[in-house]
Design a protein around this ligand. Structure first.
Ligand SMILES: Cc1cc2nc3c(=O)[nH]c(=O)nc-3n(C[C@H](O)[C@H](O)[C@H](O)COP(=O)(O)OP(=O)(O)OC[C@H]3O[C@@H](n4cnc5c(N)ncnc54)[C@H](O)[C@@H]3O)c2cc1C
Length: 421
């Protein structure tokens, strides 16, 4: 039993927040045409504002960490409080009542890379990075995908060659979210081309500011540029920064990917402000559709689906916070999120019609185009819908294994092979 009761801890959190943040004003009725009409799933800010916001977020994390709220469930030796998951939830619920910076810059850093460092790095490297990551002194990105390796990640070609106590990394990564804001990155490289593709990989923590690293922005169809291409030209990484065994990188990557699906699916499955029923209702009222039975039926269905996803995700998150491992069932959370977002964007497009295509300056209309153009990216990030369906089919439902894509084998033979497998 922790020495501090949850009530004492909650009081402590409230005292901290009262001293350092403004209380959030009570929610007012949503009024169509008032306030910002921005609706998007990705970061659409320019890179300067993004960097400024990241500094604000880092300052807030630092303050939280120094007051004992930076890593509530984490080990004490890294500055954590070692408290049960219920305490983290209690803090989050109190913090929601205050105005605090957007913590999006830490999604990959703390949701995926830090748990992997905790699970696979040597103690010296854990000491070097974990405290800094949770204190917001450093941000980490995930360097997995390559131009020829996304869904089939194990095909990646960026190579790491051993040179004494160091490894020399050369190759190209792509779609690296927040690389431009990161001090370190988790990277998976090919270390033995002779081994079967899953067995010749090794993972490392690398310095994103090291000589030989070049980061170039990628422009998305939404207009934003939250991703990057990262080119590596003989970048040196000490062997101490290896995660797991040499040629054991696949296991390390799986730790990160399971956490990625958990954080994308369970984090967003419940919808957000863009999906508030008040907003939906105000939109229907404004366009004179509030009594249209078809439109109302669709809106009700979307609302129910988001609500079901929200409670399912809460259940999955509670399991993880109680010490369970994120499992394949979380793939259903990511699929539910993307299905719901797709249904929502199609519904909004049918309500707004041509207003979504051209910017006439009318509030709350063209702004939705960023949501529409962003949602396909959500269906790809962290494992595409098709890959998620394969995982659910094979690992949750126990169906026969996907025959895979083999351009030399006719489709009918692939089906036969699959039945045999
Ligand atoms: C918003 C966003 C953020 C991202 N952030 C990062 C990041 O920070 N770090 C990082 O490393 N990567 C990141 N990615 C990359 C992401 O992981 C890959 O885009 C994803 O894994 C898909 O790979 P791909 O783009 O190469 O598509 P491909 O794998 O080439 O897939 C192309 C199409 O083929 C389908 N397909 C492929 N294999 C199969 C199969 N076996 N069965 C059925 N259909 C199949 C896919 O579903 C898809 O429709 C990000 C991507 C997005 C969109």
């Amino acid at each position: 039993m922790p020495e501090t009761t949850i009530e004492e801890f909650t009081d402590e959190a409230r005292t901290f927040l009262d001293a350092h943040a403004e209380r959030r004003p009570p929610a007012t009725e949503f009024v169509w045409g008032q306030g910002s009409d921005e609706v998007s799933v990705f970061d659409e800010r320019d890179r300067d504002s993004e960097a400024r916001d990241a500094e604000e977020a880092k300052a807030w994390r630092r303050l939280r960490f120094d007051h004992g709220f930076g890593w509530i469930g984490g080990p004490e030796k890294f500055g954590g409080r070692d408290l049960p998951a219920a305490y983290e939830r209690a803090y989050q619920s109190v913090e929601q009542g205050y105005v605090t910076p957007n913590m999006g810059v830490f999604t990959i850093s703390l949701g995926m890379v830090a748990p992997t460092i905790l699970a696979h790095a040597i103690p010296e490297v854990q000491d070097l990075y974990l405290r800094d990551l949770y204190r917001g002194d450093r941000v980490a990105c995930q360097l997995f995908s390559e131009p020829g390796a996304g869904s089939d990640l194990a095909s990646l070609q960026t190579k790491a060659v051993r040179d004494g106590d160091e490894w020399v990394l050369t190759g190209q990564k792509v779609w690296t979210s927040s690389a431009h804001l990161s001090e370190i990155g988790e990277i998976v490289c090919r270390t033995d081309p002779e081994q079967p593709k899953h067995r010749g990989l090794t993972a490392f923590v690398m310095d994103m500011r090291a000589p030989g690293v070049e980061i170039r922005p990628l422009r998305q169809m939404t207009g934003g540029a939250s991703f990057n291409e990262v080119f590596l030209d003989e970048v040196r990484v000490p062997d101490t920064h290896r995660l797991g065994e040499v040629n054991g990188g696949w296991t390390v990557a799986l730790t990160t990917l399971m956490n990625e699906r958990a954080s994308i699916g369970a984090g967003g499955g419940g919808g957000s402000g863009m999906f508030s029923p008040r907003r939906l209702h105000a939109m229907l009222e404004h366009f004179g559709l509030a009594d249209d039975p078809v439109v109302r039926d669709q809106a009700a269905r979307i609302y129910c689906d988001f609500t079901v996803a929200k409670w399912n995700n809460q259940r999955a998150l509670d399991k993880i916070k109680a010490g369970g491992l994120p499992g394949p069932e979380l793939s259903t959370a990511k699929l539910a999120l993307t299905n719901n977002l797709k249904a929502y964007s199609e519904w909004v497009a049918s309500v707004l019609g041509p207003r979504i295509l051209a910017d006439t300056g009318e509030w709350g209309t063209f702004a939705f185009s960023k949501l529409l153009t962003g949602i396909p990216g959500m269906r790809v990030a962290g494992g595409t819908d098709e890959i998620m369906k394969n995982i659910v089919a094979e690992r949750v439902l126990g169906l026969p294994k996907d025959p895979g894509i083999d351009s030399t084998t006719p489709f009918k033979d692939l089906l036969v092979n699959s039945e045999r497998g």
